[in-house]
Design a protein around this ligand. Sequence first.
Ligand SMILES: [Zn+2]
Length: 469
Amino acid sequence: MSPPRLTSHINFIRGVRLAGEPHTWDIQITYPADSTQGKVTSVTPHEPSTKDDFECPLALPALTHPHIHLDKAFIHSTPEYAPFLPTTGTFQEALSSTTKAKQQFSHSDIIRRGEWLLAESVTSGVTAMRAFVEVDHTVQLICLEAAVDLKNLWRDSCDIQIVCFAQDPIFSSEYGEQNMEFLETALRKYSQVDVIGTTPYVESSPEAAKQNIEWAIDRALGLKKHVDFHLDYNLDSNKDALVWHVLHTLKQRSWTTHSTDKRVMLGHCTRLTLFTENEWARLATEIHENKLPLSFVGLPTSDIYMASPPRTSGDCKSPQDRPRGTLQVLEMIRKYSLDAVIGVNNVGNSFTPWGLPDPLSLACLGVGIYQAGSQADAELLYECVSTRARAAIGLSSSHSDLCVKQGCQPDLLLVHDRDDTGCGLSRPRTNVAEVVWTPPGKLNRDVVSGGRLKFSPFAGADSDSLYQI
Ligand SMILES: [Zn+2]
């Protein structure tokens, strides 16, 4: 096992650029004796102050995975799972082949694939994540046990929030009852579980899906945990959206921003892209008027791969008319003042065989998917994989903008312009938008977690003057 090595606590980071600021700055971090958490206690002009010195690194808030599957990562990179590689690429195939692959999961195998995910994520700049691990009759508690071990091992570099997750039915199917028993055992046995997650749409009927929603909300409320649903993952206007039942149940149980600091997350929700203007307005009004602590997470790499409208043999659409759907998170934030973020979801498995566990590559994809070309769009996309994602999963009480300031947590991503071409050239990224439009390679990312710098094989000679430890 190999969590990254970190330096001792950094006291000063000197001469960095900040988002939206023209000059260079010194960041002071202090560590109160009564707390394990450091804080940024001052940000002051660097002397001598240099304007637009793009050789100085750009210091930004670190990245966050608001939704990622730890136990199913990189199945495709593991030779023993070769029989389960996709052949048709359908959702049904992904469900059935992953169920078969899960029969072979072992503790050591989950640790190995999980560490690949953690290593690539942390090196990308991720210092916090909401990690889903499945609990059901097939894997029983082995994914959860591995996640608890990884949470402990990697705690200095990444805050891993564990979701005890029912990917399978719990109120229908042959194994529903057994799956539920394993969930209850997991919740009783592991205090490290932070979130209860379920998948209402895999239940065999709308009634069972509603029972699934009510059970998860009641258990989460009772146990003081967050709740997280994979919801409305279709583009079928003939299917009723279950989001209304989630809202109804939250209102009925009085789960509001005033009653608890625990939050509710809804993932995928591609069906909502078929909503009318009136339905969106009603959704936003219900959430705001009832003060529901509710966030949405769009999962674009999975959504555009999997979520397509149903085709029937009789339909007369042109053969290449294949619409895709994923939540328009930027519009949800700006037009409806909803809380929305984006997440990687799956990497290296049949649900999403493509993509990296790098939130910046996801933000970059967002520029294309949302046709979001302005600098302000890029900054909002960065927030969606950083400060907004952190707040949405309940790790901070509110989200800040991207300029590091007094009071910030010392979790930072420093973007450098080291030569990564071998040609003696480097192209500085002068602002946040350029970091999103053309994400820097890992060679140009320094990661500070809890005020400690992750040792990097790429660190330059500038590190000694930059970080005062
Ligand atoms: Zn998911």
